[in-house]
Design a binder for this molecule. Structure first.
Ligand code: FAD
Ligand code: UDP
Length: 371
């Protein structure tokens, strides 16, 4: 079997590159995936109750990139959606990211006013302060606040999610959810925040609907690599797997999802409730908040973080740390030696904690640089 391009992985990365190559260069693309569906981790489907459900955990689209938003808009229309998250802290449900409203909910009035004023004076109204930065502050009140937030919001959640303390990860991980010196309760502050009107799978199906793209599901690259002839390959699976783990295994975190449908219209008071301190799950998402779907029943997804075991669990999260970056660097060096024929891309191919928009942005950048 011959194809100009073999793309391993029909997630957002593989699908973006397939679409660009097929539509702009008019070359043939064979895209394979070991799963029985397209979309990778953004895959959504209607469950047995008819509720649109994100099979691999809640996915909310947000970006500051005009290019990414305009590109995806060729394949979907959008429903505007501002994502809001509450966290269970000391018996109360409070807004996350931690902001002035959260302070007001958790502390007595005068104290809250003092802490809020100090935060604004130190960093400026609207500032986004990573918790690990806030912890370096010298002011006694702000130091108390930093310690409170660290202990009640970040410490246990991070240990559950990653299996290590916040300090043992790249600071960028906890900086994804900064402390906000404002009253902005939205989880993201990006220019574009929206959900694809008919879901992610529908969007990806439209990306791949081209005469010169062939899709083969239930197909593991390991099983077909000798049979398919191609000019070039784009690999969006785990880079360590591609090289037979020759440099050692890159660590990932995995998740178990408990997806339940309840015989009630509404389950909880926000799209997502985080449980930093209790239970062995991190968060519960109620699907209908994300999609705006109306239904008599409601579906929830509870996320239980677990260690990843190669071949047994899905490698959902690369673990960003200095040590892992060095190990990835060794694979990247090997990748450079074969860059004429193999391109590594995506969250697993690049071992990067990409959001959806970053996966698309990187794919568009790769496409632009193709000789
Ligand atoms: P993937 O979706 O992982 O696709 C890789 C594909 O390669 C998979 O389908 C896999 O089956 C296939 N594959 C791997 N190895 C092989 C092989 N050997 N042979 C054949 N096929 C193979 N981003 C956001 O922007 N907003 C969010 O709210 C958000 N929430 C998330 C929640 C969770 C729980 C997770 C895990 C991620 C979330 N993300 C979110 C990130 C988002 O999922 C990724 O950015 C995006 O899916 C990356 O796409 P990808 O194509 O690079 O990787
Ligand atoms: N985090 C936390 N408590 C929270 C929310 C986030 O400790 O209530 C930390 C945790 O380490 C988490 C990281 O911030 O993994 C990034 O959170 P995000 O919601 O972006 O994670 P994702 O949606 O990618 O799982």
């Amino acid at each position: 079997m011959y194809t100009d391009w073999l793309i391993v992985g029909a997630g957002l990365t593989g699908s973006t590159l397939a679409e660009r190559i097929a539509s702009q260069r008019r070359e043939s693309v064979l895209i394979i995936d070991q799963r029985d569906h397209i979309g990778g981790n953004v895959y959504d489907e209607y469950n047995e109750y008819g509720i649109l459900t994100h099979k691999y955990g809640p996915h909310i689209f947000h970006t500051n990139s005009d290019e990414v938003f305009n590109y995806l808009s060729h394949f979907t229309s959008w429903c505007p959606y501002y994502h809001k998250v509450l966290a269970s802290v000391e018996g109360q449900l409070v807004p996350i990211p931690f902001n002035l409203n959260t302070i007001n909910k958790l502390f007595p009035t005068q104290m809250a006013a003092r802490l809020g004023d100090k935060l604004i004076t130190e960093y400026g109204y609207g500032a986004r302060v990573p918790i690990l930065k806030l912890r370096e502050v010298e002011d006694t009140d702000l130091n108390f606040l930093a310690d409170y937030i660290y202990r009640n919001v970040f410490e246990s959640y991070t240990r559950k999610q990653w299996g290590v303390n916040p300090e043992d990860l790249s600071p960028a991980v906890t900086a994804r959810v900064p402390v906000l010196a404002s009253r902005d309760d939205r989880y993201f502050q990006d220019t574009y925040q929206a959900m694809p009107q008919y879901g992610y799978t529908n969007m990806i199906r439209r990306m791949l609907a081209q005469p010169n793209i062939r899709v083969m599901l239930n197909t593991n690259w390991q099983d077909v690599k000798e049979e398919i002839q191609y000019k070039r390959i784009i690999f969006t699976g785990p880079i360590d797997e591609f090289f037979n783990y020759s440099q050692g295994q890159l660590p990932y975190r995995s998740l178990n999802f408990n997806i339940q449908t309840h015989d009630q219209n509404k389950f909880q008071d926000a799209a997502v409730i985080n449980y930093p301190n209790d239970y062995n799950y991190t968060r519960i998402t109620e699907q209908k908040w994300l999609t705006g779907q109306k239904h008599t029943h409601t579906t929830t997804i509870t996320e239980y973080p677990i260690p990843h075991i190669s071949g047994k669990t899905i490698p959902y999260y690369p673990i960003p740390s200095e040590e892992n970056r060095r190990l990835y660097g060794r694979y990247d060096d090997k990748a450079k030696e074969i860059s004429d024929t193999v391109i590594f891309a995506g969250r697993l191919g690049n071992y990067q904690y990409y959001n959806m928009d970053q996966a698309v942005a990187q794919s568009l950048a790769i496409f632009r640089k193709l000789p």
